[in-house]
Every structure is written in C-alpha cells, then in structure tokens.
Design a protein around this ligand. Structure first.
Ligand code: NAP
Length: 483
C-alpha cells in the first residue's frame, strides 16, 4: 500500500484551469509487480480536452507577460517543493511504474534538475543586435514564446519526461496541456499538485488523462496549440507528426533507440562491465537509451562475457521495487514480458544461446538474461528489447563494429569503451547517433542536450539548446534613422 507522508499528492482527477475535475469515465492504475489496484483516475472527454486547450490559451496571454525573473522564481519554488517531497514522489513511481525506490528517487532528482536548470535559463533568453547593411536601418532580434504547447509522455519515466518538457515551456513563457501515459498518471498528477502549491498560475499547466488517440487528434488538429512535444515510441511519433501536418505545428520528437555498446579489445574490461550494468539493466532495461546491442571485439569476448555474467549474478536482485535490496523491478505489464519472450525465443531459434538467466520468473518480473551467439540480423538486435536481456554480438575490427552499430533506423544513444585516444575521435565522429558515451554508461543530465537523429526523433531537451524549441525568433527592423 502506498503510504505517503503528504497524502495531498495522491490526486485522481483531471487538472484543468487550476481545478481538479472528476469525470464519469475512470480507469484503474495498477502496480505492475502484482497487478493490484493502486487508484482510479478520471479520463477526459472531447469537450474537457478542448476546454483545457482554451484555458491554456487564456493563461498564455498573462503568463507571457510575467517577467523572466518572476517565471524563474516560480520554477525554483516548484523545484524546492519537489525535492522536499521526493520520497513520496519516488514511492508513487515505484508503485505505478515498478522501478526500485533508489532508482525512483534518482528519477525525481533528475527530473527536478531540469526544473532548476530552466529556472536559471529563463533569465537568459537573450536577443541580438545585428549590424545593418545600410546606415538608415537598425536590426534587432527578440525571442518570444511559441504559445500553447502540448506534451505527451510515456510510462517509463513518468515524472522526469514530463518535467523535462514543462520546465522549458514555462521558462520560455508558454503554457501547456499534457497527457501522461494512462499506465502511470499518478506521478504526473503529484507533480502538478506541487506546481499548484508553488503558485504557478491557473491554466498554465493542464493535465489530461484519457483516450490517447482522441487526445492526440485534438492536440494535433488544434490551431491554438503551436507545438507538440512527444516522447514515446517511433510508431506513435510518426503518427502524431503526420497528424500535425495540417496545422504545421512545430514538433519535438523523443523516440525509440537501439543503442550499441561497443567494447574494443583495448578497453578497460572492468569499467566496461560496470558501464554496461548501468546502461543495460537500469529500469529493468526499459529506457530509450538502454544498451540494446553489445558489440565485443573477438579477442576479449570470452573474458568480457564471463565478467558480465558474474556481475549480473552478484549484483541484480529481482522483485518488488519497494523491498530493500531489490535492483530489478517488474516490466510494465504482461504484454511487455510477452514481447521480450518473443524476441528471446526468436533469437534462440536462430542460433543464439542463453549463457545466464536468473531463476525468478513470476508475474511481470522478467529474469535478467545474457545471450550470446547473436547476429546483428536477428529481430532482437533490430528492435528495442525493453527488458533486462543483454545480447552479445562479436566483431573483428573497428570498421565492422561501426557498420553494425550504424545499421539501424534508430540514432539516439551509443556507447563505446576504448583507451585509444585516436579511436575515441574516429568512432565518436562516425557513430550516427545524437548522443555518444565514451567509457561511460550513464550520459543524461540537465546540462547536456538530449535527443536523437534519424528515426529517433528531432529536437533537443535540456542544455542551453533546450529552450530553442519553445521560442520564436522575431526580427525587428527600424528604418529612417537618418531622417
Ligand atoms: P508509446 O506507446 O508511444 O506511448 C507514449 C505516449 O503516447 C503515451 O502517453 C501514450 O498514451 C501515448 N499514445 C499512444 N498512442 C497514441 C496516439 N495514437 N495518439 C496520441 N498519443 C498516443 O510509448 P511507450 O510504450 O509508452 O514508451 C516507450 C517508448 O518511448 C520506447 O520506444 C522508448 O524508447 C521511448 N522513449 C523515448 C525517450 C526519448 O527521450 N527519446 C524517452 C523515454 C521513452 P497511453 O500510454 O495512455 O496509451
């Protein structure tokens, strides 16, 4: 049972124009560990969805007039309240999403760091004075908020993915209508309640749960909404991008990945195993930047595999995330387990072998697994596994490793381990990815630009670039200076 110190954080309703609104239609939120019911939440209808968009437009007119410092102060207040309530927020994540408490706490601090960062960046939306081509004119550029922004987020980071979108939007002077995943709405609602307590004005943040296709269509068709920021699967991202064509909305797409993790023969093997454990098994393998394919150079393949198996055996404890010592929680639902099973079985049929598999298999718990003899052509190497299954592909040389690594439509994160400084330059420049980790399995933070290339999306979240997507540049020309 969820036991919050601050029970006001457990909300069950839609949040529209500063009010918590119940509706007749509801859905249950379940604990992925045992499928028990945690709560029921309201789902919106078409009218409530449109109302939220209209209220966000009204709020935009006044929010954009707040000074940067006022917006910054409110974001700071929100950030402080999130940290003050981090244990409760982490507990909500563990119960509705499944990740262990320590990891959930990490997500809260990570999500909050974007709010703190954009509270700072809100004061740095500088314009330009540009030298004019003739003495009679002066040229200036100012940056203005794009308008109402729609945010759609997935279940795997139910707090941080939303924080990473709302924070830059509000810093820029935009207002938002958000749709978190129906599987994990409680984290979004708790975050919103804290924004209300922080004093963020009515209508600036609106949260809707409901029929995803209906809400998606309403968002995309709306002329009021000027930008859609989506994090989720590539398939849904493509659908939404197509739906945005009629209104020519600006879009940010944070989509799926297929991260290669390349271990060269000159790597420090122990630190490569450590990096892999972090990037493969975090969130039970359910992150967009999780290692998907482990590429190991042949001369070190045997020793690397043994060290990996030792680490998996000795470090991972599968179970309910609220229990002490558990490192690997359940997958989000049974469907997710079946999909991982399908990929593993297909690989086994085509010649892969299981080198290690944990014995715990109950409910939605998926046993940490290590597979070798995998080929780059197998389905398991082509798709996002989204489960705690490590697959090892062996390679002969750098050229071959790069060919395998780049032979995918995805281009989000890639990792490699080497101690050769020349290879560091060659390989990091040749990898067709938006983010590259060298001798490091954890790369995401609020100061760095997060995002992908190819079919992993467009736009960047975080960093000094993260505000650009929420701003329009206006060019102002003043003539007649000499008259
Ligand atoms: P998903 O099925 O695409 O869902 C993402 C969001 O889209 C959810 O809120 C979902 O709502 C909503 N949605 C589903 N169908 C929709 C439609 N027709 N119109 C509008 N919205 C719709 O993805 P997921 O399974 O939740 O998340 C996992 C995926 O997200 C993975 O591919 C992962 O790599 C990717 N991801 C990417 C990043 C990144 O930054 N690049 C970060 C995290 C995750 P419901 O859940 O309520 O159906």
């Amino acid at each position: 049972m969820l036991q919050l110190n601050n029970p006001s954080l457990l909300k069950k309703s839609l949040f529209i124009n500063g009010k918590w609104l119940k509706s007749k239609i509801t859905t249950t939120v379940t604990n992925p560990f045992d499928n028990s019911t945690i709560s029921t939440v309201s789902l919106c209808d078409k009218k409530q969805c449109n109302d939220a968009i209209t209220y966000a437009q009204t709020a935009f007119k006044s929010w954009r007039e707040f000074t940067a410092k006022q917006r910054s102060n409110l974001l700071y207040k929100w950030y402080e309240l999130i940290l003050a309530n981090k244990k409760d927020l982490a507990q909500i994540i563990t119960y509705e999403q499944g990740k262990p408490l320590a990891e959930a706490l990490g997500e809260i601090v990570y999500g909050a760091s974007y709010i703190q960062w954009f509270a700072e960046q809100a004061k740095r939306i500088d314009g330009d004075i540009i030298p004019p081509p003739n003495s009679d004119q002066r040229i200036a550029c100012i940056k203005q908020p794009i308008g109402v922004v729609a945010c759609i987020t997935p279940w795997n980071f139910p707090n941080a993915m939303l924080a990473r979108k709302i924070a830059p939007a509000l810093a820029a002077g935009c207002t938002v209508v958000c749709k978190p995943s129906e599987l994990t709405p409680l984290s979004a609602l708790a975050l919103t309640e804290l924004s209300r307590q922080a004093g963020i004005p009515t209508g600036v943040i609106n949260i809707l749960m409901g029929d995803a296709a209906m809400i998606g269509k309403q968002f995309c068709a709306s002329k009021i909404i000027k930008k859609l920021s989506f994090t989720g699967s590539t398939a849904v991202g493509k659908l939404l991008a197509a739906q945005c064509v009629d209104t020519l909305k600006r879009i940010t797409m944070e989509l799926g990945g297929n991260a290669p993790f390349i271990v060269f023969e000159d790597a420090n093997i122990d630190s490569a195993v450590e990096g892999l454990m972090a990037s493969k098994y975090r969130n039970s393998g359910q992150t967009c930047v999780c290692t998907n394919r482990i590429l190991v150079q042949k001369p070190i393949a045997k020793i690397f595999k043994q060290k990996l198996i030792d680490a998996v055996k000795s470090q991972l404890v599968v179970g309910f995330g609220a229990n002490k010592d558990v490192t690997t929680g359940p997958l989000i639902n049974q469907q997710a387990c079946l999909k991982v099973d399908e990929l593993v079985n297909d690989a086994l049929k085509k010649g892969a072998q299981i080198d290690y598999q944990d014995t715990t298999r109950e409910g939605n718990l998926y046993p940490p697994t290590v597979l070798s003899n995998v080929s780059a052509q197998m389905e398991i190497a082509q798709q996002e596994i989204f489960g705690p299954v490590a697959i090892i592909i062996e390679f002969d040389n750098e050229q071959q490793a790069l060919e395998i690594a780049n032979n995918t439509d995805a281009g989000l994160a890639a990792y490699f381990f080497t101690q050769d400084y020349r290879r560091i330059y060659r390989v990091s420049e040749a990898l067709e990815y938006g983010m590259v980790g060298i001798n490091s399995g954890i790369i995401s933070n609020e100061m760095a630009p997060f995002g992908g290339v190819k079919q992993s999306g467009m736009g960047r979240e975080g960093s000094k670039y993260g505000l650009d997507d929420y701003l329009e540049i206006k060019y102002i020309c003043l003539g007649g200076i000499n008259s």
